[in-house]
Design a protein around this ligand. Structure first.
Ligand code: ADP
Ligand code: MG
Length: 232
């Protein structure tokens, strides 16, 4: 198992009130698979993804990624794991506004151990002709392409996408999903993606449905649908 989460719990306390956000999550994903997490807002999806990505820590339970038990890492170890092994794509692209497209990617490549070539990843996301543009000169879909290029340039073991199409229109969303599928095929990157859109689940190998801090259903798709054939 590439990702092996078991009995993961997390709660937040504010004042007297304790909010159990993850109530004993189990989630497994094989290398090179695409996993999709579905569920209503507030069900704990981002919290779960942030713990798997080393942005946050659980209270109890185990999170093992590629043989590494994240609880055994100290803060520096967790930072190194997050920087070296994980690519993140968020709903709002988080590009650095005063750096060009190329520079946004190069700053990540420069701190990576075995980065891919910047021009190669720009070509993979079909943004090579916009290399010298600034983020404000791009559409939302183009900015998301750049943020995907930035996430994959470090050649991550795992790509975590938190509602990557949440701010995009239909056609642009489809092209971004197609691109994520291509990244999975071309680089063998394992992908875990959060989405509100149940139709997207057809492209995933495993689908996890969350509700109130629990995984209430898991579906294994023995055949998946290529992203370009999915419509909703
Ligand atoms: P989702 O991504 O499914 O919408 P989240 O994981 O973001 O859900 O949040 C799940 C619950 O945890 C929500 O009730 C949210 O208010 C709470 N929560 C998330 N992060 C924090 C935090 N840093 N402090 C307090 N509560 C939080
Ligand atoms: Mg969320």
């Amino acid at each position: 198992m590439f990702i092996d989460v078991s009995n993961l719990k997390k709660s937040y306390t504010s004042g007297e009130i304790r909010n159990e956000v993850l109530k004993g999550i189990g989630l497994k994903l094989n290398k090179r698979e695409i996993g999709v997490i579905l569920g209503p807002s507030g069900s704990g999806k981002s919290t779960l993804m942030n713990i798997i990505g080393g942005i946050d820590r659980g209270d109890s339970g185990k999170v093992i990624v590629d043989g590494v038990e994240l609880n055994n890492l100290n803060d520096d170890g967790l930072t190194e794991y997050r920087r070296g092994d994980i690519g993140f794509v968020f709903q709002f692209y988080n590009l650095v506004p005063n750096l060009t497209v190329g520079e946004n990617i190069e700053v990540v490549a420069n701190i990576s151990k075995l980065p891919l070539n910047t021009d190669e990843v720009l070509a993979a996301v079909e943004m090579q002709d916009k290399k010298n543009r600034f983020p404000r000169e791009l559409s939302g879909g183009e900015q998301q392409r750049v943020s995907i290029a930035r996430a994959i340039v470090k050649n991550p073991k795992l790509l975590l996408c938190d509602e990557p199409t949440g701010a995009l229109d239909y056609q642009t969303s489809r092209s971004i999903l197609k691109l994520l599928h291509k990244v999975n095929q071309k680089y063998g990157t394992t992908i875990l993606m959060i989405t509100h859109n149940a139709a997207i689940a057809a492209m995933a190998n495993r689908v996890f449905r969350m509700r109130s801090g629990e995984i209430v259903e898991e579906v294994v798709n023995h055949t998946t649908v290529p992203a370009e054939r999915i419509e909703w």
